[in-house]
Design a protein around this ligand. Sequence first.
Ligand SMILES: [Zn+2]
Ligand SMILES: [Zn+2]
Length: 139
Amino acid sequence: MNSKAKTRIAACGCGQLSAEVRGEPLDVYLCSCTDCQRLSGSSYSYQAIFPPDAVTVKGERKTWRHHGESGRWLENVFCPDCGNTVVCLGEIGPEIGICVGTFAESDFPPPQRVYWASRRHRWLELPEEAELFDKQPGL
Ligand SMILES: [Zn+2]
Ligand SMILES: [Zn+2]
């Protein structure tokens, strides 16, 4: 890994669980499926995808495994104290998803894609270059 790569720290609400991430994300997306709305407590989840060797997770954690439409598993990695999910893993690949809000960085790269776009809350204005999808391919 390039030693000059930018380092970011994602952390849960109480700060106990964190993920140090090196370099820029491979992909950034929103998902407005109803699972993501419920799990995030917001109108969409905002995820950044990193290669596994760019992420170091520290702290106590619990995981919750659930299944997407395709039947493949997804795993939320969350803080047992405050319940905040920081990391998401999936059967689809070794890449690691980080919940972008946990970086608390307002300059974070915007989403390139919006999954389950038809379920998004109507007030949400999207970046013009974002590509809209009816579902999330592969999940
Ligand atoms: Zn916490
Ligand atoms: Zn979703």
